[in-house]
Design a protein around this ligand. Structure first.
Ligand SMILES: *Cc1c(COP(=O)(O)O)cnc(C)c1O
Length: 493
């Protein structure tokens, strides 16, 4: 399988190159040249373990790796560092289905792809004629940073730099990052929001001078953000797995359609669901759930993407995003792969902070339904579900739950639906505690976690317990204009 750029479809790369580059030279994102049809293979794939299923899917998208090496990478990526044998368990509570994607080492769904991405990049590096050192640049709204650090620290030929918004992440998220050990690691707070960090990084990626300077020092840049296909493709696996789990439990029959509900920020997770649908997984609607930063929900209603609005810091910080990078990929697909159209829309977004898609593209949005939940609704959702079924949702999962309720009410659709559960409630302990009327004001997050744990009888993962004692190693904070300097200083160029 080869990959092409959304802004120039004649710019075609092997999966190896696309992985290593992260983003195309023309500023576009890489997308698969075509989508394999798995609709006839569902029965055969149904009984497979998570790892075997991952292999069947990844070997098609990363065909330039040797199959044995790929298989070994999958085994090492999805091993005991996941707290559950099932990797991505399906949990049924009353008539809700949750696909829990937070049992990896950093307790959020970013682990699902970031535990394998380092292996894919190392396989790709090995095949290069000249081994350069890879510098992974990452902007995070809270969860990607830690998951990338976990995956990439102390790996040969790799350095990793993470930028997080100083006031835009939860205390636990921040602590996970600033205590992270590793020789090859830099964690920096930026005075700005996630969009500032992401924009800053994109401009570094697209700076030919920097690229040349780094290249003289045998360094090259790549990304651990979901603009990298190595993030996107492994996420397809859990949609198939979640669907098959519903079939195996007798909740649906093979071939029956389901909806998926995805709490969305950078549009990476839900795009993987869309790709699964394109590959023949029986999906009816893709329900895109946003928080108060509701650009996407407006987009799906009107076909207008308008980022000219206040950036809001909410209780679901990992979704506090106004520029959802991966939407560019959807635009490419629904335009019938018209790269010049995508290019023009992205230009509009840059210059006018807004774009509108044409009528035929709007038809392509029919697979989706967009909605959003306000902060208060998110807290009510947590409380309501807990009271009904003793199930503890984190704030992001609650966004999905709330939007799903709205969807059902608006459409009357009773298709069984899979709610994607993206983080452990302990990562956002205060908000979850407040939702449940625990008195949290005078307590630190660790205390709130203990109270939540004894109330809900839900075990506290070891990684959280250890966090309390860890030393702060990364105190650096910079202005958004200084990201390049910080990167260069760290690399010594
Ligand atoms: C990153 C993240 C999201 C949003 O996922 P996207 O792929 O950016 O849309 C949702 N919930 C949690 C907990 C996250 O970390």
């Amino acid at each position: 399988m080869q990959y092409k750029s959304t802004r120039n479809k004649n710019n075609i790369k092997t999966s190896r190159k696309a992985l290593l580059q992260g983003i195309a030279e023309d500023g576009g994102l890489f997308v698969p040249e075509e989508f394999p049809d798995f609709s006839k293979k569902l029965k055969e794939l149904l009984p497979l373990s998570y790892q075997d299923l991952a292999f069947e899917i990844l070997k098609v998208f990363f065909a330039d790796f040797e199959e044995d090496a790929l298989k070994a990478s999958i085994q090492q990526a999805y091993d005991e560092k996941f707290h559950r044998k099932e990797i991505a368990p399906l949990v049924k509570k009353k008539n809700l289905f949750f696909l829990e994607l937070f049992h990896g080492p950093t307790l959020a769904f970013k682990d699902m792809a970031l535990s394998i991405l380092p292996f894919l990049l190392q396989l790709a590096l090995k095949k290069e004629e000249k081994i350069e050192e890879l510098v992974i640049l990452t902007a995070t709204s809270g969860d990607t940073g830690k998951a990338a650090l976990e995956g990439f620290s102390n790996r040969e030929n790799i350095k990793i730099i993470v930028f997080y918004p100083i006031n835009g992440v939860s205390p636990i998220q921040k602590r996970q990052m600033i205590t992270h050990e590793g020789e090859n690691v830099l964690v920096v707070g930026i005075e700005g929001n996630f969009d500032d960090a992401q924009r800053g990084l994109k401009s570094l990626f697209n700076d030919p001078l920097l690229k040349e300077e780094l290249s003289h020092n045998d360094l090259s840049l790549s990304s651990a953000n979901s603009i990298n296909i190595g993030r996107l493709i492994p996420q397809i696996v859990y949609y198939f797995h979640g669907y098959f789990s519903m079939v195996q439990r007798g909740e649906i029959s093979l071939g029956e359609k389901i909806n998926v509900v995805v709490p969305t920020g950078n549009f990476g997770n839900i795009l993987a669901a869309y790709y699964s649908k394109k590959m023949g997984l029986p999906i009816n609607k893709l329900i895109c759930a946003s928080n108060d930063n509701n650009v996407l929900s407006d987009f799906f209603k009107e076909g207008v993407y308008d980022r000219k609005r206040d950036f809001k810091t909410t209780n679901s910080p990992s979704m506090d995003i106004l520029v959802s990078s991966n939407l560019e990929r959807l635009l490419f697909h629904i335009s019938g792969e018209e790269d010049h159209t995508v290019d023009a829309l992205m230009e509009d977004l840059n210059t006018k902070e807004k774009y509108e898609i044409n009528a035929s593209m709007k038809e392509g949005l029919e697979d989706f339904w967009g909605g959003y939940a306000k902060e208060e609704e998110v807290l009510e959702g947590i409380s309501k579900v807990y009271k009904a079924s003793s199930y503890l949702m984190d704030t992001h999962t609650s966004v999905a739950y709330c939007v799903y309720e709205k969807y059902k009410e608006k459409t009357g659709d009773s298709t069984k639906s899979l709610i994607v559960s993206t983080a452990s409630p302990y990562k956002f302990a205060k908000s979850v505690g407040n939702a449940l009327d625990l008195k949290t004001d005078s307590l630190d997050d660790f205390h709130v976690i203990e109270n939540l744990s004894s109330m809900a009888k839900l075990e506290i993962p070891l990684s959280i317990k250890e966090l309390k004692e860890k030393q702060v190693l990364h105190k650096k904070v910079c202005k958004k204009e200084s990201m390049e300097t910080v990167v260069k200083n760290f690399l010594g160029v």
